[in-house]
Design a protein around this ligand. Sequence first.
Ligand SMILES: Nc1ncnc2c1ncn2[C@@H]1O[C@H](COP(=O)(O)OP(=O)(O)OP(=O)(O)O)[C@@H](O)[C@H]1O
Ligand SMILES: [Mg+2]
Length: 277
Amino acid sequence: MTTTPESANSQTGNGSGVAPSKKSEHLLSLRGIAKHFGAVQALKHVDLDIPAGKVTALIGDNGAGKSTLIKTISGIWAPTAGDVFWNGEQVKVHTPGDASALGISTVYQDLALCDNLDIVQNMYLGHEETRGITLDEIAMELNTKKVLKDLSVSTVKSVRQLVGSLSGGQRQAVAVARAVMRDTQLVIMDEPTAALGVSQTHQVLELIKNLSDRGIAVIVISHNLTDVFKVADRLAVMHLGTLVSSGDISQYDTTSAVELITTGESKGAPSSLASSH
Ligand SMILES: Nc1ncnc2c1ncn2[C@@H]1O[C@H](COP(=O)(O)OP(=O)(O)OP(=O)(O)O)[C@@H](O)[C@H]1O
Ligand SMILES: [Mg+2]
């Protein structure tokens, strides 16, 4: 067993003061993360550990701070205070480039895909493969097919289809495929199934499981507790900017999850620091 953050004794900058161990079993650890927007304290001293190869569901009511937390991990917002550790090493994630260099890819709810481009063009937007002075269309097309196949995405007829003609679930699959195409170790998804029907939701949940089976860590924000209990290995609950509870999904049921979401408390639920055990 590696040392847990609670028992590690090294002091850190402006975070909670307890760093994860050097040989961390966690891919990502947040300590004392705070984020203010003027007078609004969107995040208050968040401590959270994210292990590799597991799906962590981040849940909480509207305005609880979920999107702000993932935007902080993704380098959209620099935290007002706190420390971020990657494989036990302290890192600064102040820009999306910092996050991507570590292997963090985020799929936002609007997905940021271009409807007027085909799947291959979307996959490679801004990172096109070239051969001499021309684009290497064949390599890009073959790799796109491979990535979609690896993710078991079978409903897309042609990778030369315009993204505007895809269903919501297929768009989500393309956005995820693009996120994992490069050397990704952590995929973050903000409400990936919110706009989807039953079978498309099922496809996206399968995709999430497929990522974690391949050793990739996944953080997924969802308001749908049925989906959460289907797909998550771990739960992290936010209430009014505070991470009130986190731990193994087996330590929760729908009743305790709803209590935590609405009141920030539930008798017997793990505290947020229990995430480190
Ligand atoms: N750019 C911003 N400027 C000012 N305040 C913001 C900004 N982004 C978020 N907030 C505030 O931070 C708090 C947390 O918002 P956040 O979007 O993180 O919530 P959320 O948990 O994702 O909610 P939802 O489930 O509705 O998406 C809210 O009070 C919100 O008004
Ligand atoms: Mg949100």
